[in-house]
Design a protein around this ligand. Structure first.
Ligand SMILES: NC(=O)c1ccc[n+]([C@@H]2O[C@H](COP(=O)([O-])OP(=O)(O)OC[C@H]3O[C@@H](n4cnc5c(N)ncnc54)[C@H](O)[C@@H]3O)[C@@H](O)[C@H]2O)c1
Ligand SMILES: [Zn+2]
Length: 368
């Protein structure tokens, strides 16, 4: 088992441990009890994760108060579920000594983290991610929240976990599309921070698609190191943390315009390609970079073209409503080389003319 330590924020003494290993789940409960012994655990998971056997693997025959989100997925990531979770904790007579244990993908982690942040003015949460997306991205970093009927993560809080346990064996039961889509965030981490990591993914793609646990462990170490470093430096997203949004400005618009028919990672893959074209237009791309990135995403089996049925005018409109838009136009995170963000005058987001974005959207529209 490997352990990393993430200091949040770096200027203060607080930190949390990220444990990475294969087959950790069955021996985790005693470890959690030992680390947080005085606290009373409340487990939050979802029906698919439970059906896949991970709740039983964690608890064995031990009884523990729990909430199983059903139906699983984004449709349940709303304030009504958060209320139901908080009320379930109250009905279990839990108080400020609660430890929330989140076992599941990003939707479970976001909801459980949010419930922990608001329950009795905040109790600690332990994250046990079970999807490639959650292990590579959402379980680290402390962003929690639920959606409103208008937008994603409208209710939210920064609530850093008390510990993260990554058992890479848990993703063996994930369906193929979710598995591949979740890995796009790992490609993103490599692109923004570490060209050697990008090369590692290229070289290990077959093993990765075969879900080889040694490769998944190495991937988890790269992801947590990169995201941990960025989050330590800028825990509440003043500047540097924005680099984690690489591919996400257009990606989020694509995700939303597809009515969530595209999975998050799939939409981000398209956003990454769009960013690559913008980089070429802005003179920021070295020859062959976009081809290399496209080839990697194609091997991963995620879309690299805009679905033909998406309306580019709707995408532009969504970009104008981007959370981070200033004067109704977002700024973009761009690379100036593989593994390195374009960061003029210390600013991680760059102005890109609307005509360039329109041109790029037109040029990447095609059949999936
Ligand atoms: N907090 C953050 O920083 C952050 C970052 C990125 C994404 N997110 C959020 O994460 C969510 C997406 O996360 P996700 O892709 O993990 O989705 P998810 O939690 O919905 O999981 C995807 C599907 O896989 C199932 N599942 C989970 N683990 C499984 C397993 N081991 N075996 C079998 N099935 C399993 C789930 O029940 C669900 O049906 C979105 O809501 C997104 O906004 C948050
Ligand atoms: Zn993302």
């Amino acid at each position: 088992m490997h352990e990393l330590e993430i200091k949040v924020p770096a200027s203060q003494p607080g930190s949390y441990k990220v444990a990475i290993g294969t087959g950790l789940l069955p021996s985790l409960w005693p470890q959690i009890k030992a680390a947080f012994g005085h606290r009373r655990p409340f487990v939050i998971t979802d029906a698919n994760v439970a059906a896949a056997g991970h709740l039983d693997a964690l608890l064995g025959s031990r009884p523990a108060p729990q909430f199983v989100i059903d139906p699983p997925g984004e449709g349940s990531k709303n304030i009504a579920t958060a209320v139901a979770i908080v009320e379930a904790m109250e009905k279990a007579y839990l108080g400020r000594d609660t430890l929330v244990v989140a076992l599941g993908g990003g939707t479970v982690g976001d909801m459980a983290g949010f419930a922990a942040a608001i329950f009795k003015r905040g109790v600690p949460v332990v994250q046990i991610p079970t999807t490639t997306l959650a292990q590579g991205d959402s379980a680290i970093g402390g962003k929690t929240g639920v959606d409103s009927s208008v937008s994603k993560n409208a209710f939210g809080a920064f609530w850093h976990p008390a510990a993260v346990y990554i058992d890479v064996a848990a993703v063996q039961t994930l369906d193929e599309r979710q598995y591949r889509s979740g890995l796009v965030e790992s490609v993103k981490h490599a692109m923004i921070a570490d060209a050697d990591y990008f090369e590692f993914i290229e070289q290990q793609m077959d093993a990765l698609l075969a879900r080889r646990t040694d490769v998944l462990e190495t991937l988890a170490r790269f992801n947590c190191t990169i995201k941990g470093r960025v989050v330590e430096a800028d825990p509440d997203e003043q500047n540097q943390r924005r680099m984690l949004n690489y591919g996400h400005t257009i990606g989020h618009a694509v995700e939303s315009a597809s009515n969530y028919q595209l999975l998050h990672g799939e939409a981000i893959a398209i956003g990454i390609i769009a960013a690559g074209y913008i980089e070429i237009e802005m003179g920021l791309s070295e020859p062959g970079r976009l081809e290399r990135v496209t080839a990697l995403l194609e091997r991963l089996g995620v879309p690299t073209k805009m679905p033909a049925d998406l309306d580019n005018r709707q995408l532009i409109d969504l970009l104008k409503h981007d959370k981070k838009a200033v004067d109704r136009w977002p700024r973009f995170i761009l690379l100036d080389r593989l593994g390195h963000i374009h960061c003029p005058h210390g600013q991680y987001a760059t102005d890109v003319d609307r005509t360039i974005v329109e041109q790029v959207l037109n040029s990447i529209t095609g059949n999936r």
